[in-house]
Design a protein around this ligand. Structure first.
Ligand code: SF4
Length: 367
């Protein structure tokens, strides 16, 4: 039985230089053909899988970049193809200035419970460095539109360790965000992913990494957000009580999920695949109901790779990992505890604040 659905909409109005997701501008691709293909893929998958969908994450790309008509067709179509009575959470990613009140109402009226707004920064210079095309005031206006629609949860995405961003700028970003009282805040450390413009700039020396400064920015986020009542429940995620993301928690805990749309990953019954990261090819194959042509990068998730993923993902959460999951490396816990990087509770371990600063190294030590 599959309980979690991810749907990928690859369109963006413009491309951010640090982004490694599968995405592209609209070009000459017909939006409504992509929407029809996505809905068709759900129907075909549902013939072979038992879907009992409890959470949906509509990501991208920028789903809110779809026209109002196409967005409505997509959302109403999803509601018809799954049984919405089992839903406990439906998330949509949105970017400032890609929706107005009418579009927000379409989203709200189609059972979406959570909107994740990609603001990233309130500082114009940081936004410019990130290649974002919204101004701080437009982001605030977009947030207020969502607030007026009474979604159950609103998230704001922020980014730190952006080239040129000072500690003071980052703290101002945190304070302005807290003042707006979103239910959830994601604060991501910028990563230099391969095949991005930023990665090239890092390689050619135009940008530099500074782990010491990253640590200070991360610490200031923990202090400011926890001090304002947000629970730090995953390294990059903070929630007011009752607003943790159920979809993400399912993903971190290793639950099966079905990914729909070009470039989407799925993990179902020990098998993983990626839908072809080529929107035209995806649309053409779905017109002919040819699922075998869209599935790429197929792999079997064996016990060893499942354990590796559990350690990497669950260690990042405030629940941490059970000793049963750790298995053969249980005996390494003591060293990490002595160094003050982890603490024990019940039959589990979790990162301390010091450990959160070096989470990847702690996970590597436990593999
Ligand atoms: S808007 Fe989001 S998905 Fe699109 S390029 Fe920027 S970061 Fe990537």
């Amino acid at each position: 039985m599959v309980k979690h659905l991810y749907i990928h909409v690859p369109f963006c109005h413009r491309i951010c230089p640090y982004c490694s997701f599968y995405k592209h501008t609209f070009g000459n691709i017909n939006q409504s053909e992509l929407v029809d293909s996505v809905l068709n893929e759900i129907s075909i998958r549902a013939q072979n899988l038992e879907l009992h969908i409890e959470t949906i994450y509509l990501g991208g790309g920028t789903p809110t970049a779809l026209s109002p008509k196409n967005l409505e067709t997509l959302l109403t179509g999803i509601n018809k193809k799954i049984n919405p009575s089992n839903l406990i959470e439906w998330v949509i990613e949105a970017n400032p200035s890609t929706f107005d009140l009418d579009k927000a109402k379409i989203i709200k009226n189609n059972s979406v419970t959570r909107v994740s707004l990609g603001i990233q920064s309130w500082n114009l210079s940081t936004l410019k460095t990130l290649g974002r095309d919204h101004a701080p005031d437009e982001a605030e206006e977009s947030f207020e539109i969502l607030r007026s629609c009474n979604f159950k949860s609103l998230n704001i995405d922020l980014m730190f360790s952006v080239p040129g961003q000072s500690l003071e700028t980052w703290i101002n970003d945190l304070h302005r965000t807290i003042k707006m009282k979103p239910d959830h805040i994601s604060a991501y450390n910028l990563n230099y992913e391969e095949d991005t413009e930023y990665f090239e700039k890092l390689k050619n020396g135009e940008f530099n990494e500074n782990p010491e400064k990253d640590g200070k920015l991360f610490k200031s986020a923990m202090e400011a957000l926890r001090g304002s009542g947000y629970e730090h429940y995953e390294i990059s995620n903070y929630a007011l009580p009752g607003h943790q993301s159920e979809h993400n928690k399912a993903y971190w805990s290793g639950a099966d999920y079905l990914g729909i749309g070009p470039g989407a990953f799925s993990t179902v019954h020990g098998k993983r695949w990626r839908n072809v990261a080529d929107t035209n090819k995806y649309i053409e194959s779905l017109k002919l109901n040819e699922l075998d042509k869209i599935e790429t990068e197929r792999e079997i998730i064996n016990a060893s790779s499942f354990r590796t993923e559990r350690i990497a993902l669950e260690l990042r959460t405030s629940r941490g990992i059970s000793f049963d999951t750790l298995g053969k490396t249980k005996n390494r816990v003591e060293d990490l505890e002595t160094e003050g990087l982890i603490s024990r509770y019940e039959n589990r371990i979790k990162l301390t604040d010091k450990g959160k600063m070096v989470a990847d190294s702690v996970a590597a030590h436990l593999l």
